[in-house]
Design a protein around this ligand. Sequence first.
Ligand code: SF4
Ligand code: SF4
Length: 314
Amino acid sequence: MNGNGSVTQIVPLAALLSKKPEELETMDNDELVAAYQSLRDQEDGARGSYPNIGRLYGTTLEREKDRREIRAQAESSDAEMHAWYDRARNEPCTWWLKNHLVAKHALETCIACGVCTSQCPAAHYFAEYNPRTIVDAALSQDEERLVELLKSDVLWYCGQCGSCIPMCPRENNLMGLVSSLRFLAQLKGYHLSSVRGRQQYAMRHLCGGNLWNRGFSLYFRNVTAEGHPDFGPRYARYQSEAEGQMIRLGASPDRPGNFGGRKLSPQTLAEFRSCLVSGGTLVLWNQLENHASEDAKKSGVSIEEYHNRVHREG
Ligand code: SF4
Ligand code: SF4
């Protein structure tokens, strides 16, 4: 049944995937979400797997379905949380540092010892990146400096590996601070000023789409041989046999069972999604969608063209 109380016909997968973005736009929200869901849950009885989970991954259809679903759920989520993020969007960055718990707890007094930088793989790789300068900018409470940081590519160079946390003598959580500042940049739209910042829109649909639809941010089909020539010629063979290898190791690709890549039960997925809703993730995704949509309009391209452009940019 769809949201209007009528029975939803299963639209053939090929017919839906071949629809152009403007054709998908003409489908109503309930129809689109229900069609996606029924396709996702079609089982291949002989193999005991759900092959459409993989076929729907990274498609225009999945992104359009997610936009509609996230918008509806974000708008109906907790009013108090919405009000808090609305306020945060309009307050100076210094307000965020005092009021966002992750940032606040991450900012104990830095003594500029440099240990975090010496342990940071991103600082070794990117000459411009230095975690100590991030905490220094935050501690400065200098609004202009903070805005400059939030608009820069540098903010996105941290790999969120966590190596800096156990090493800090003042127990600062640099990784948490970077993550909190990234949230703020996207809330305010400052991320649109940098290439890596704009690419968060593609990441939101890649990793965020996986999280929302599969329960894992990294899905085993993410890492393609074409996208990673650096993995060498043997990787293509490994990838073509990935499902079989996973099954031999006890995993359950696109089927109920164990380990990453398994098909989550509808109940587990619903519980997981409720954590994303109550934790504010949907507010962030919806805000990213609004910023992307405005930016796309300014350049005179559709949202799908915009997605593909930022994905390839840089
Ligand atoms: S979490 Fe970020 S800042 Fe910390 S060590 Fe890793 S890359 Fe560097
Ligand atoms: S390790 Fe901690 S105290 Fe030392 S520079 Fe880094 S954040 Fe500051």
